[in-house]
Design a protein around this ligand. Structure first.
Ligand SMILES: Nc1ncnc2c1ncn2[C@@H]1O[C@H](COP(=O)(O)OP(=O)(O)OP(=O)(O)O)[C@@H](O)[C@H]1O
Ligand SMILES: [Mg+2]
Length: 240
C-alpha cells in the first residue's frame, strides 16, 4: 500500500510541480498513473521512491515513511525508472548478483528467479555479456528482473512498457496481474491508454501537478460522458 499525504514539491522556488497531492494505492490493485507530458508523474514516482526529497507532506509505503524510515520503506518496493541507466561495464548477471546482494536475496532463490525471469523475458543467453552491449529494451528487461529479485510487495514502474517488444510487454502485464492478485500493489505510469484500460483496477489522472481524477476507467468515461473511448474521455477531462 502506498499513501501520498499532502505532498507538495518544487524544483524552482515558488513554482509547484506537485500541489498538495493526496493519493492512496491500495493492496491488491493495479493502479495506472496517466497524464500529459510534464504533468508530474515522474516527479511523484521519484518522491515515492526517495530519489527526490519531498518539500512538504509525507509518503508511506506499507506504513513506513520514505522520509523517517527510508531504508525500511525502500525494502518494501521495487522501482523501475523511465530510463534504464544501469552499470554499463558489468555483465547482466553481475548486475543481478549485485542487486541480489544489496537486498540479501539467498543464492538459491536468486538463481531460481534469475533463471525463470531471464528466460521469460528472453535475455537468458545474454546475461554473461556486458550491459553496454545491450539494446534499450534489453536493459529495461534486466532492470525489471533486478527489481523483482527481492519479491517486493509494491511495484513502482515509470512507463515500463515503452521500448519493450510485444512479448516482453505481454509477460510484464501477466506478472503485474499475478502480483496484484496475491494482494500486492502495482503502481505504474503510462501514456498507453489501451494498457491502462486493459489491466488497471484504478487510475489517477494528473494534470499540472494536481490529481484531477481517481477511479476506474469506466468511472472516467462516465465523468466525461463518453461511453466509448478512454482516450476521448481522457482528452475531455484534461480540457483539450
Ligand atoms: N530536474 C528538474 N528541474 C526543473 N524542473 C523539472 C525537473 N524535472 C522535471 N521538472 C519539471 O517538473 C514538471 C513535471 O515533470 P515530470 O518529469 O514529473 O513530468 P511527467 O508527467 O513524468 O512527464 P512525461 O510524461 O513527459 O514523462 C515539468 O514541468 C518539468 O519541466
Ligand atoms: Mg515522466
Amino acid at each position: 500500500m502506498i499513501e501520498i499525504k499532502n505532498v507538495t514539491e518544487s524544483y524552482v522556488d515558488g513554482i509547484k510541480v506537485i500541489d498538495n497531492m493526496n493519493l492512496t494505492i491500495e493492496n491488491g490493485t493495479i493502479f495506472g498513473f496517466i497524464g500529459p507530458n510534464g504533468a508530474g508523474k515522474t516527479t511523484t514516482i521519484e518522491m515515492i521512491t526517495g530519489v527526490l526529497n519531498i518539500d512538504k507532506g509525507d509518503i508511506l509505503i506499507d506504513g513506513k515513511s520514505i522520509i523517517q524510515n527510508p531504508i525500511e520503506a525502500k525494502r518494501n518496493f521495487g522501482f523501475v525508472p523511465d530510463t534504464p541507466d544501469v552499470f554499463e561495464k558489468l555483465a547482466g548477471i553481475e548486475y543481478l548478483n549485485f542487486i541480489g546482494d544489496v537486498y540479501e536475496v539467498p543464492s538459491k532463490t536468486r538463481l531460481e528467479k534469475v533463471t525463470k525471469l531471464a528466460k521469460e523475458f528472453n535475455i537468458y543467453d545474454q546475461l554473461r555479456n556486458r550491459i553496454q552491449s545491450y539494446s534499450h529494451g534489453m536493459k529495461q528487461k534486466l532492470q525489471i528482473i533486478s527489481v523483482l529479485l527481492h519479491d517486493p510487495k509494491n511495484w513502482i514502474l515509470d512507463e515500463p512498457m515503452t521500448g519493450l517488444d510485444p512479448k516482453a510487454s505481454y509477460t510484464l502485464k501477466k506478472l503485474m496481474k499475478e502480483h496484484s492478485k496475491k494482494g500486492n500493489t502495482v503502481f505504474f505510469s503510462t501514456h498507453v491508454l489501451e494498457v491502462a484500460e486493459k489491466i488497471c483496477d484504478k487510475i489517477a489522472v494528473i494534470d499540472k501537478g494536481k490529481i484531477i481524477f481517481v477511479g476506474t476507467c469506466e468511472e472516467l468515461k462516465e465523468k466525461a460522458k463518453n461511453n466509448s473511448s478512454l482516450e476521448e474521455s481522457f482528452l475531455k477531462i484534461i480540457g483539450d
